[in-house]
Structures are given as structure tokens and as C-alpha cells.
Design a protein around this ligand. Sequence first.
Ligand code: ADP
Ligand code: MG
Length: 699
Amino acid sequence: MQIFNTPIEYLKGVGPQRAEVLKKEIGVFTYQDLLHYYPFRYIDKTRYYKINEIGFDFPLVQILVRLKSFEVIGEKQSKRLVARVVDETGELELVWFKGLKWIEKTLKINHLYVVFGKPTFFNGKPQMAHPEMELFSKESKERGNLSLQPVYSSTEKLKQFSLDSKGIQKLMSNLLDTVFSEIEEVLPSYILEKYKLLSRRDALLQIHFPTNSTVLSRAQATLKFEELFFIQLKLLKIKHLRTLKFKGNVFATVGNKFNYFYENLLPFQLTGAQKRVLKEIRFDSQKGIQMNRLVQGDVGSGKTVVALMSMLLAIDNGFQACMMAPTEILATQHYASIKSMLPDDFVNIALLTGSTKKKDRKKILEDLVIGTLNILVGTHALIEETVVFKHLGLAVIDEQHRFGVEQRAKLWKKNLIPPHVLVMTATPIPRTLAMSLYGDLDVSVINELPAGRKPIQTIHLYENQRLRMFGYMRREIAKGRQVYVVYPLIQESAKLDLKNLQDGIEVLSREFPLPQYKISIVHGQLKPDEKEFEMQRFIKGQTQIMVATTVIEVGVNVPNASVMIIENAERFGLSQLHQLRGRVGRGSEQSFCILMSKDKLSKEGKVRLETMVKTNDGFEISEVDLQLRGPGDIEGTQQSGILDLKLADLTQDQNILHEARKTVLEIMEADPELQNAEHQILGNFFHKHNTGITLDKIS
Ligand code: ADP
Ligand code: MG
């Protein structure tokens, strides 16, 4: 195994200079790094295509043709070299916009050429721009019959050192000559057999030098499986170690507070899903193991009350609880809504944020240490060093995407026995992502909305239909309901933002004049207390219209609001749109979401708005989002490591991920220490590559 750690400069054909560039440009430091530097695509040079075979939207193809004529046409910018080539089935145009002189010189009429490129259609006829082209020769004939040619991504700098795709391929060939016989199997043979995977050795050889496309697919599947398998193994190993290391607080009883709340204070019937999740939490918190549970529930599914009842459970068992939210507005709102559900002396509850006054803060911290404070609601302020609980039993984290994993860990460190952790997210994430991002957590899903809710009606209007929008507003306000109007936040230009907003407000105040109508305005330039003041006016129903930039995105709860208008809706991402829409439809009356957009939409923008009109289901929306954007742009993925995936793709390879996870779950069930004979090699390999994962490092 040692050989794989050999510095890359010792590989035949590398040397110190190239080694430097390989390190700098593509992070290849060792033999192993290079071995896992996979081609990003393959060129099919296994055959020559016929011109009449070329269809619409074809990939790169290779054709064998005779050059009939060529000429330079057009003026200045549109000047181009056009060549006519034929085979026995038809005719094709080759076009160059650059390097005309040089290419023109090399072309020979009536000679046979091997032409390679991406065909497009122009005016109904096939065409190829800037193809690769060489005179047909014996050599090219042989090469043409060769195989799938790997293409490695290279950089300008690498190319200066002759390390273009071909150059890298040459190194790969040297590398495989050197290490091939040393490549060892790591997956147990029964797994290889079950999924018909290639041996690791063959998979690595085939991915770099495929014999044919069938074997290539198997090689890719094998390496993808391996990649996802080890991520899952790591996550589930962490989970296993955590259960070994940490005792958990035992919430043995369902006590007075919980029962009293349930029987006398709860203003509605819990949904089946809420009950189920509460049961899961109760079960988890009795086991003497630290609970780490993610509760996924669509906007409006009623996560807050689940959090509250879990906190009451903690209190009944002699513990404190805290609830952390990503913004001050949200924390404040949680605090208010929890207080409103509980009589004054029921539990001691306080709010701690960045703007808590010094004197109040001091009192809160004291009560916290003595233990007289039962529930602390707040923002990031909760994880500061000075905040010390007497015995924190449960930490609820709302909308956790905005809290890093490390911040979560900080909360856990506040106690000898770490508190149970309940992470609540209203941004549904596709299952595949959840498995990879939160694979070490248990997941509960609140997949049911409270009874009697009418699904929100979503309407997409263009600028010239603005009168209809005013119509909706007027009608709903006349019924005593309230309206949100949301403007996008342009990160780059706070000024432009404000301008946009102000223009909008001007129009709105003309349509909805005082004194009949009142408007609240909230945007990023306001100070927290100004924001709070405006929010409160709306929450209390003193204003009918709330104009805002996206600060109201998460969590804000005004059940009387029935219209959500989103301006420039095409500028928002899907999950944001869904979050915003979730601000209405919280009561029993019909609510509306109106997406205003400009007339011309990008293809993607159109899909987003159509998806919103079509469905209210957050999970469905998140799947579309993943398809459109890939995992990289989905919140929370950045710090997770899943973006370092070399081969697997979370959108394409869901199936493989499921199987890999299932396999790991079975292994962890049967042999968590990986000590059985059939898992020994796997265990050695895993522990060697994950030296960081030991009991004392787990948090
Ligand atoms: P979210 O899951 O988006 O955080 P909330 O907890 O804010 O949702 O709940 C949304 C609204 O639904 C609140 O007004 C809450 O009081 C109400 N609610 C929650 N659960 C139920 C239920 N079982 N029946 C009726 N209304 C409910
Ligand atoms: Mg919420």
C-alpha cells in the first residue's frame, strides 16, 4: 500500500517541475491522487459515423470524409472559413471563425480526412464548428478503430508542460504499469458478487483505459459505489461511536407539564405526523443515548409545537431546554409564539439575542446557571462561552442550514452529558442529499399538514397583468386579510435593492392610499428595532400590506395573511420561492401566491415558476431544484464534503446511493467494529483512511 503514497514527482515522466504544476493546478500530490484523477468524459472513436446518421443534439462524433471545396466568406466579425465535405451518404459543412489563414493553408481538396467534433444543425443542415481534423492515414485508421478515448481536464499551465489530456493519459499509463499489481480489493467479496461489481483493480484500469462502453459503465458503477459506500460508512461509524461515547440524558417520564399542555393548552388536535414524530423523540430520549434527530417538515407543517412539547418533556425530567434560530426576528417570533401558548407561570422562559440589554442578559445568565430558567430561546448568542446552563437536556435548532456542524457541536460541549439535539428544517431536501448531509442523524418527517388547510393557489402573472394583482390584493384586504409583497435581495447592490423597493412602494401607495390602507416596510437597511417595530405593526394587524426584501423568508407567522406577492419571481431560487409561499396559507381560508415576472424568462426560470404553479409539495420542489442546480448550490452542502465526490453524482446516482447505504447499514448492524473475517480488510482500509474518527474526537 505504501507505493500509493509515493510523491508524484517520482513517477516516470513527471520529475520535480511537472510535479509542482500537478500539485498546484489539480491537487495531485501522490500516485494515489493521480490514480483517482478520472477522465471527465470519453470520446467515442470506436467508429466512424455516416453523415446521414447525424441527428439533432448529437455528442462528439468522428466521420471519415472527402474535402470537396472551401472558401472564406463574410466580412469582419462574420468572416469565416467554410468547407464542404462529403461521404457516400451526404454532405456536411465545416466552419471556422478563428485561425482561418492557417487552416486554409493546410486544407487539401479531394483528400480524405478524419474529422472529429460536435455536430449542430444550422438552417436544417448539419454543420460542425472548429472540428479536429487530420488527413486519413494508416495510423489514423488504426487509431480510429481503437476505443473510447478518455478526456482529462487540463489547464493552460499544465498544457505548457505538455500535460494536456493526452499528456495526462501518458502519465496514467506509466502509473498503471507501476501500481496495477499493488491495487488491493477493499470491499468484501460478497458485496462485489451481489452487485456484480468489477474488482477494484479492473475498475481503476477500465476507467482510465476502457475496452468498451459496457465495461466502462461497470467500472464507473463500481467506483461510484465504492465512493458512496465509504461516505456512508464514515457517517454511520460516527453515529455508532457517538452512541458508544456519549451517555444520553434519560427522559424517563412523561410528566405534568407535557400532559397538562397536551390536555388543556394545546389549541388544536395534533396531526398524525406530529404525533408520530413526538413518539419517535420520546422513544429516542429514553434510551440513554444522545439523540441526534433531524425533523424535516414542510413550511406550515407545525414543527414549533413539536419542538415545544419536546422541551416540556425535558423540563418534566428535570432538565433545561433551548431553542436556537438563525435570525433575531425568528428567535423573537418563536419566543412570542411559545409564550402565547403557555400561561404565565407555566415555565420560565427567556429570550437571548444580540440586542438583549446588558442588565437583562446578566439576569438571564444567572437564572440559567442556577437552573431556574427552563427554556432559553435565542440566536447564535446561545453558543457564546458565557452562556452556561445548569443542565441542558435538549437543544432545538430551527432552520439548521444556517448553522454549521461545528456550531452544533459547540452546543453539545456545554454539558458533560451532551443534550439531545433536535434539528428542525423547513427546507425539504431530497432524500439523497439528506442521506449524505445528515447521514449520521436520525430523520423524522412531518409529511402532513394540519387538517382544514386549503392548498395555496399559485398564479404566475406577467408585468402587463399587474392590474389583476392589485385586484387580488384589494379583494383580500376587503375581507380583512393581509398581504405580503416581497422584493428580491440583490447581493451585489444594496442600493439597487432599495431603489427597486422604493419604486414598488411608490406605486403601491398610489394604488393603496392612506388612510384606508397602511403599509409596513422592512428591508436590510433598517436597524433591528426599526424592523421589529414594522414587523409588529403587521403582526398586530395595524397594517394590511407588508412590503419587504427577503428578510421575512423564514419562519414568520401571521396566519391572517392570505396573499404572498413575489416581485421578480424569476430571480429567486426554488427553495426560496417555496419558503416565501409558506408564509401564507396558515389559516383555514383560501390563500394565494402571485409570482410576478418579466416577460422574457430563461429556460430555467420558466421551469422554476411552472413548478411552483404546479405543486405545493416541498419535497417534489426540492427534487426539481436538485435537478436544476446540482447539489453544489443547495444550501448546507458546501461544508459537507459531498461536493468532493469524484465520480458519483447525487442526482444521477440515487440508486447507487440507496444500495450503498443499505449495504453499510447491514454491515453496521451485524459487525459495527468490522472485525469479522469477511470485513477485516475493509476495516483496516477504513481505519487507515479515517484516522480522525476515534472516540475522543467525536463530538
Ligand atoms: P412550521 O413547521 O413552518 O414551523 P409552525 O410550527 O409555524 O410551522 O406552524 C404553522 C401554523 O400552524 C401555526 O399557526 C401553528 O399554530 C399551526 N398548527 C400547528 N400544528 C397544527 C395542528 N395540528 N392543527 C392546526 N394548526 C396547527
Ligand atoms: Mg418554523
